[in-house]
Design a protein around this ligand. Structure first.
Ligand SMILES: Nc1ncnc2c1ncn2[C@@H]1O[C@H](COP(=O)(O)OP(=O)(O)OP(=O)(O)O)[C@@H](O)[C@H]1O
Ligand SMILES: [Mg+2]
Length: 325
């Protein structure tokens, strides 16, 4: 677990603190996303967590250890932490293999173990080791480089990951794929992750918990559902932007909204289109618009188990604003 208590940092000659009395924690095995506009202090927070920058006030605890205590050795701390830096930061004159092997090499792993680990990691992030091992970073696409950056941070299997806009430099389609793959990996790895982005949609998708920042301060902390359903103020509302309701429906399975079970053949006839129970409820809304209908069936294991009506969607949105967790 990572805990920040009243953490403050002012750079020399700055008008205001870059990080101003920040409190939040990252639970063991969770992804906590820091989101906010450029300059709000996201990178500075990550750099304080692995002690590349010292805070000038407050306390940071990593796995129960207070970082500012003298007995905490920064090098030993960083060994527990994988860091994906904002500009990918691959060494241009080293091969992909050498880049990924960087930390294990520093830790003096045996050559054979390093070779095996590099192969395993490249496969894990969806790259063909035989193809990319001996290439140089500039021979790869942006998306491939970002995968290498993630592989390198995972190399020594650290329990904690700090990821600074790890999927920033790619187009939306590649980005969505990298996000999906990373979430799939995380389900097995269960690492404690602090993930930075300025994209609220990425935050909603990746985060167990979201910390919204503005001008060095925490504006709101909560689950994606909570942030969407109860934005703390106008700033968070603007960050979420339009289509808040749609985003809420994306987070909700169709089966949650589904109400009346159609028992009569009449009801069954009304249902021209349907979704799967585990699909996002937002899919039901899409189908309603596409097929100009106000009722959509819900299927599970090939059977019609319920329906979602336009009224069900309206009611759900109204309720959730009243009582999201
Ligand atoms: N080493 C530094 N020296 C002086 N000022 C700095 C330094 N690093 C960051 N700052 C300032 O601190 C503030 C926060 O910067 P930071 O890099 O943490 O923002 P960020 O949220 O990561 O932004 P971005 O989304 O653009 O990466 C900014 O005003 C920045 O100019
Ligand atoms: Mg930054």
């Amino acid at each position: 677990m990572i805990v920040l208590e009243n953490v403050t940092k002012t750079f020399p000659n700055a008008e205001r603190p870059a990080v101003d009395g920040v409190n939040f924690q990252v639970e063991e095995g969770h992804i906590c996303v820091l989101v906010g506009p450029s300059g709000c202090g996201k990178t500075t927070i990550l750099r304080m967590i692995n002690r590349l920058i010292e805070p000038d006030g407050g306390d940071i605890y990593v796995r129960g250890q207070r970082l500012q205590d003298d007995q905490v050795d920064p090098n030993q701390l960083r060994r527990q932490i994988g860091y994906v830096i904002q500009q990918i930061g691959l060494l241009p004159h080293r091969t992909i293999e050498q880049n990924v092997a960087l930390v294990p090499k520093l830790l003096n792993w045996p050559e054979e173990d390093i070779r095996r680990r590099v192969e395993e990691l490249l496969e894990m992030v969806g790259l063909d080791p035989d193809q990319v091992r001996d290439q140089y970073p500039l021979q790869l696409s942006g998306g491939m480089m970002q995968r290498v950056g993630v592989a390198r941070a995972l190399a020594a299997d650290p329990p904690i990951m700090l990821m600074d806009e790890p999927f920033g430099a790619v187009d939306p389609i590649v980005r969505a794929r990298l996000q999906d793959e990373f979430l799939r990996l995380q389900r097995e790895m269960k690492k404690t992750i602090c993930f930075v982005t300025h994209d609220i949609n990425e935050a909603i998708k990746m985060g167990d918990q979201i910390v919204v920042l503005n001008e060095g301060r925490v504006v709101q902390v909560g689950t994606p559902m909570r942030i969407l359903s109860h934005p703390a103020d106008g700033f968070v509302q603007d960050l979420i932007g339009i289509e808040r309701e749609i985003k809420l429906l994306e987070l909700t399975r169709a089966e949650v909204l589904m109400t009346s079970k159609p028992s009569t053949s009449v009801a069954k006839k009304e249902v021209a289109v349907s979704v799967q129970a585990v699909e996002p409820a937002q899919r039901a809304l899409e189908l309603m618009m596409k097929h100009d209908t106000d009722i959509v069936g819900v299927h599970q294991h090939g059977e019609l188990v319920g329906v979602i009506s336009w009224d069900d969607i309206k009611k759900y949105i109204k309720n959730i604003r009243g009582d999201a967790p």
